[in-house]
Design a protein around this ligand. Structure first.
Ligand code: TTP
Length: 198
């Protein structure tokens, strides 16, 4: 059973911890300090790559019987991969580029099971399409000036004030907030089943 394992979340994101708490998992928080390196322009591959780097960094010093979760979220709009904005001006540009349109949010997740004699590594990526209402320059300015966009990929929080501009989504909501918890649970279950059979 999943609750027999120690779960470590290799992320400083409070949203990811809350999403795991929502499904009754209470991970130990150990954010990774790895320097993130992307070697691809394909968003699915980039987020899996980054999630693997974060999970591997934290898995190095775990006891047997631990499962480490690493994750990374980006927004893809008009062929560009957008992470967190570096300034309020950059937040404005990001939001301006996808107001009145549809963009994609990708979250990559890597699960590493540290066993006595073996290690199991599973990486996957989830995509959610997000449709945004047209916004006036004033609405964009007011939102981009706020602190809410500054620690979020694509410079918005669907769970926050930006909900006023969300027309709809196709895919998993929790994936946009930073962790596709349904998929994470299903993958964790498979690791536990694999380990219990061994
Ligand atoms: C698009 C979107 C992103 N986000 C957040 C999820 C992630 O926390 C963040 C993307 O940054 P990440 O680099 O994926 O994660 P992080 O820096 O918060 O944490 P760590 O590197 O330690 O794992 O953006 C929202 O909260 N709401 C949204 O609508």
């Amino acid at each position: 059973m999943i609750r027999d394992y120690k779960i470590v979340l290799a992320s400083a994101s409070p949203r990811r911890r809350e999403l795991l708490n929502q499904i009754s998992l209470n991970p130990v928080i150990e954010p990774s300090t790895v320097v993130e390196v992307i070697t691809t322009r394909i968003p699915e591959d980039a987020v899996m790559e980054l999630s693997l780097q974060k999970a591997e960094d934290v898995a190095k010093h775990q006891q047997p019987g631990t499962i480490v979760i690493g994750a990374d979220t980006v927004v893809a709009a008009e062929g560009k991969i957008l992470g967190k904005p570096g300034s309020h001006e950059e937040a404005y540009e990001m939001i301006e580029s996808f107001q009145g349109k549809t963009h994609q949010v990708f979250t990559g997740v890597t699960l590493i099971y540290c066993g006595k004699n073996e290690t199991i590594v599973r990486s996957f990526a989830e995509r959610t399409d997000v449709h945004v209402y047209p916004m006036t320059p004033e609405e964009i300015r007011l939102y981009a000036e706020d602190e809410e966009p500054m620690d979020k990929a694509g410079a918005y929080g669907i769970q926050g004030r930006f909900a006023a501009f969300i027309k709809g989504i196709d895919g998993d909501y929790s994936n946009v907030v930073g962790l596709p918890v349904g998929r994470v649970y299903q993958e964790l279950k498979q690791i536990c089943e694999q380990e219990e059979k061994a």
